[in-house]
Design a protein around this ligand. Sequence first.
Ligand code: GLV
Length: 329
Amino acid sequence: MQKILVARPIFADVIERLKQHFEVEWNNGDVLSADELARRLADKDGALTAGDPIGAATLAAAPKLRVVSNMAVGYNNFDMAAFNAANVLGTNTPDVLNESTADFGWALMMAAARRIAESEHWLRAGHWQKWSYDGFLGVDLYGSTLGVIGMGRIGQALARRARGFNMRVVYHNRSRVAPEIEAGLNATYLPKAELLREADHVVLVLPYTAENHHTIGAAELAFMKPTATLTNIARGGIVDDAALAEALREKRIAAAGLDVFEGEPNLNPALLTVPNVVLTPHIASATERTRRAMANLAADNLIAGLGEGPRAGQPPNPINPEVIGRARS
Ligand code: GLV
């Protein structure tokens, strides 16, 4: 039987599914250090990860490893050049999380715009004595302009929600989406700086790559309206968190909603000291149904990628399909 490592705690019934095909080593505890991960992968044919960094050194220490299945749509934790050089297949879990993640992006944007977390903290702290006409005044979503940066599957799911709020949708993306998609979403493509000037609510839904590092920094924040909100449900590092904390403190933008952070689970301490930001611990896809779907899809990818089950050799979500069938190098 081939051997696999499941590097993180996941649903126990998914472990049972994997055991039908593999000898499973399961880390049902703390996140493994890079050294410990490499040590445990030394004799494995496959691995199921969730954000664990896998680069050239780890692959070199695991000469039998042929498939690494990430339980996430984003795979910036994989060094894909190293995967390709070693003929290791990487897989991810797209689509099954689109709607839950878009729902959460919407919730975070609304919480920021309407100061829901900030006012709740104030209430819990016992400050509420009387109703006040100017207590926690926020900014409207209805009838405003939504700016989506990253018009992929999740960006499109967000844009679809804008219709019910009578919002104008502007977007920026590496390349324009097909005219029929633009028409269906009633979305207008804008260069990034123009989008930032025009949008009332900016939501980031783009993958993290070297080029996307600090897509939003001090210069970009300066383009935004003082009444605008910024929501990041994409990845830490896409926003310069220090620059954002300063802009929020100085009210150069109204508010922000952040589900992802540079260096998470640690975060820039300045963010904890500004009231006008809603902070959540990377939970945009976290519904029971969606996390189960992601875990099962990650298992499907690993099973098929390692030549098992009804789809043997044809995993549903290969990131680098060109390596399928090549000998490990
Ligand atoms: C979560 O962040 C994911 O990439 O699925």
